[in-house]
Design a protein around this ligand. Structure first.
Ligand code: SF4
Length: 63
């Protein structure tokens, strides 16, 4: 299965961990944001690692 969609739910604490792990997909503004228009399947392992590492578990993806 390939990841086709990534998003962040409410309550991001802006810790920056996701963008440290996978800066190609997660970019910090006031809150973490997801880069649009890229092939998420190219970063599958790092997206999963970011989701597992997020301290408030707000990173979601569909595969
Ligand atoms: S790891 Fe989670 S809490 Fe931290 S910036 Fe990313 S989405 Fe927000």
């Amino acid at each position: 299965m390939a990841i086709t969609k990534v998003w962040i739910e409410e309550n991001c604490t802006s810790c920056g961990l996701c963008s440290d792990i996978c800066p190609e997909v997660f970019v910090m503004k006031d809150l973490a944001t997801v880069v649009q228009g890229i092939q998420y399947s190219d970063y599958e392992e790092k997206i999963k690692e970011a989701a597992e590492s997020c301290p408030v578990e707000v990173i979601r993806y569909i595969e």
